[in-house]
Design a protein around this ligand. Structure first.
Ligand code: PDD
Length: 274
């Protein structure tokens, strides 16, 4: 089965050789998306495409204006992969040119992979997170390939036995290294408002809609690490982690250390979408 694509060719991932002078490889000069496909049905694909184009625009990357063609290539890869439940990774970079910081004139590079779901490591049991300084730049709304601060913080969490690092900037919680973060207090969901300091998560958008459906107040305001550890519930979301309960922050247990009722209600509604 074919499970990758690079600049016009469907290939096996190990067959595809990225040229040395490729801007994604040399500079991380590009943007990406991760889209989940449930039972052969892409989930929120148009919203992911919107964000891909917004990210590209923000870094002055001239992505293929024919959005339908790009979407069709994505759908073709899904079909060729033979998988029904998969994560589709799409990356667009500023293309190939001898290494020079200035923008090249040539076409962009597009690569994609289709991989079976990695299982969610914690499921309903809940996971633990650490708090970590947000050392990223000012433009975290761009889904850029430059993820060094994210991977360093995530690795640190992993080495200590935690699932995720939750980032803190100027005394306020921003988001996880690859997830958005929410607390529940007095039956309201509170999450960091959208700004240039967080990624506008597609799962966040879904959770906001589900909260509306369940008539649970969804409050977009900043909160501190202290408010986080004193919350009734915490959960994080992403395309691959879906809605993951958090039951421990550093060495502090949250509430009674089990998944809370609001988180459970959201998880149940989320499952009903597919
Ligand atoms: N990450 N914040 C950051 C920094 C992220 O990297 C992600 C997703 C999210 C959640 O966004 P969404 O709900 O649209 O997946 C928030 C992806 C999954 C990744 O890098 O693998």
């Amino acid at each position: 089965m074919i499970s990758a694509y690079f600049n016009g060719k469907f290939v096996e991932p190990n067959e595809s050789v990225i040229p040395i002078d490729e801007r994604g490889h040399q500079f991380g000069d590009g943007v990406y998306e991760v889209i989940r496909i449930y039972d052969s049905k892409p989930f929120m694909m148009d919203e992911h495409l919107d964000r891909l184009y917004q990210s590209a625009d923000a870094i002055k990357l001239r992505i293929d204006p024919n959005r339908e063609a790009l979407k069709n290539t994505m759908l073709e890869l899904i079909q060729k992969s033979g998988l029904t439940n998969l994560d589709l990774y799409v990356q667009v970079t500023r293309g190939m040119a001898p290494r020079n910081h200035l923008f090249p004139d040539g076409p962009v590079s597009v690569s994609m992979t289709a991989k079976p779901f990695r299982s969610i490591p914690v499921g309903d049991k809940g996971a633990s997170v650490i708090l970590h300084p947000d050392e990223r730049w000012e433009n975290c709304y761009i889904k850029s390939l430059n993820l060094l601060p994210n991977i360093l913080a995530k690795q640190l969490a992993y080495e200590q036995g935690y699932l995720e690092a939750i980032l803190v900037r100027d005394g306020k919680v921003t988001e996880g290294t690859s997830s958005n973060v929410y607390i529940v207090k007095d039956s309201s969901i509170i999450t960091t408002p959208l700004s240039n300091h967080i990624l506008s998560g597609i799962t966040r958008m879904v959770v906001k809609n589900l909260a509306g459906h369940l008539r649970i107040p969804f409050v977009e305001k900043q909160f501190t690490p202290d408010q986080m550890v004193k919350a009734d519930e915490i959960f994080i979301t992403s395309t691959t982690l879906e809605i993951t309960p958090i039951i421990r922050v550093d060495d502090k247990q949250i509430n009674d250390g089990t998944t809370g009722t609001v988180t459970k209600a959201l998880q149940e509604q989320f499952k009903k979408i597919f």
